[in-house]
Write a protein that binds this ligand. Structure first.
Ligand code: ZN
Length: 368
């Protein structure tokens, strides 16, 4: 598999006019080499595939990677890369401009100027991310497992989430369930946001006690075999319809309609901003355009957020094999928010929804 990924990447490196690509982003070097350590660099040219890491990781790297020659390095990039580039006669070296820090780049170029002036540093963006965005069958399988675990976690969460527990308690129960059932850590800290807190799209769980008559927004993700899932639902705690819940349930219906519209009408070949507009126009027509402040969704894989980006300004193209979220939301300060998030893949031109959890009504908590 690793060899396949390298073979797919090498033409892109050549087309970009590079002799070699320096890969520094953890998700990218993990994808290409299978090395799971937290410090490492890949150097990929037509004839070389090198994994450079320090003494903490060289043994692990040799065990985990088959297609890369592992070399042990010392110190920062500028300490070893110019000499290696000179030995291998590389002149045009691409680096990941979204990731390599300004400070690292600065030190490296100072060193190159002094010691090897004919080595040129060339910024690249998303070369490996583009490969990663189209999932192989094995990757889709792992993602599906991570989605299934989240569906089970949601069933469990519904038995925990009731008036009287705090957001933090509920979030911890979710995390415990995920880890006890095979999640490698969590894809991100679970969000449980109640009442007015649900109006914050990325709220942190607090000591706030859940109360009847409120919305509770849950956002959580699992990780299986290195692959993430992402999921949101909004529950309503209570039976008696209060003024607040009338407005919340109207909002819920708008968000659901926006989400279903996107699911039914997104097609392969569309740009990601067209996809975003499908859902956004439903929310705008209902008068809540300003209350949907984030993009419609994002790719999910080794990283919880990765290309494609579904947003009003994204120029990404949606293609078969991509996996991403569809997660419109409406957030009203003081009242609360609603988000409904499923994971989907594009298959034979159409959206296939991976998430199974119900979303057809503003669900009452089962424990009431
Ligand atoms: Zn998400």
């Amino acid at each position: 598999v690793g060899i396949n990924r390298l073979q797919k990447l090498r033409p892109t490196i050549a087309e970009s006019g590079l002799d070699v690509l320096l890969v520094s982003l953890l998700e990218n070097y993990r994808y290409l080499s299978r090395f799971t350590g937290s410090s490492g660099w890949l150097l990929i040219s037509d004839s070389h595939a090198i994994l450079a890491t320090d003494s903490r990781y060289t043994e692990q790297a040799k065990q985990e990677t088959q297609d890369f020659e592992v070399i042990q390095i010392k110190g920062e990039l500028d300490n070893w890369l110019p000499q290696l580039a000179s030995d291998l006669r590389w002149h045009k070296l691409g680096f990941e401009a979204n990731h390599l820090s300004f400070a690292a780049h600065h030190k490296l170029s100072e060193n190159i100027k002094a010691k090897q002036p004919n080595l040129e540093l060339i910024p690249t963006t998303n070369l490996v991310e583009h490969l990663r965005s189209i999932k192989e069958p094995g990757e889709l399988e792992l993602i599906t497992k991570a989605v299934e675990l989240i569906d089970a976690a949601f069933e469990q969460a519904k038995t925990i989430i009731h008036p009287g527990v705090t957001e933090k308690e509920a979030a911890w129960e979710i995390e415990k369930f995920l880890r006890q059932n095979g999640s490698e850590g969590v894809a991100f800290d679970p969000i449980v946001a109640s009442g007015p807190n649900s109006a914050l799209p990325h709220a942190k769980p607090t000591e706030r006690i859940l109360r009847p008559g409120e919305a509770v927004l849950i956002d959580m993700g699992a990780r299986i075999g290195g692959y993430c899932s992402d999921f949101s639902r909004t529950l309503y705690l209570g039976k008696e319809p209060k003024a607040v819940s009338f407005q919340l349930s109207a909002i819920y219906n708008v968000v659901l309609e926006a989400q279903l519209t996107a699911i039914n009408r997104i097609e392969s070949g569309m740009t990601a901003n067209q996809a975003d507009r499908l859902a956004r126009s439903v929310i705008q027509q209902a008068g809540y355009g300003d209350a949907f402040g984030h993009g419609l969704g994002h790719g999910v894989g080794i990283a919880i957020h990765e290309p494609p980006t579904l947003s009003p300004t994204s120029t990404d193209c949606l293609l078969d094999g991509m996996v991403f979220t569809i997660e419109p939301g409406i957030y009203i300060t003081g009242l609360g928010g609603v988000r409904i998030e499923d994971m989907v893949t594009l298959e034979k031109g159409k959206v296939k929804v991976l998430t199974r959890s119900k979303k057809d009504s503003f669900q009452l908590s089962a424990s009431l």
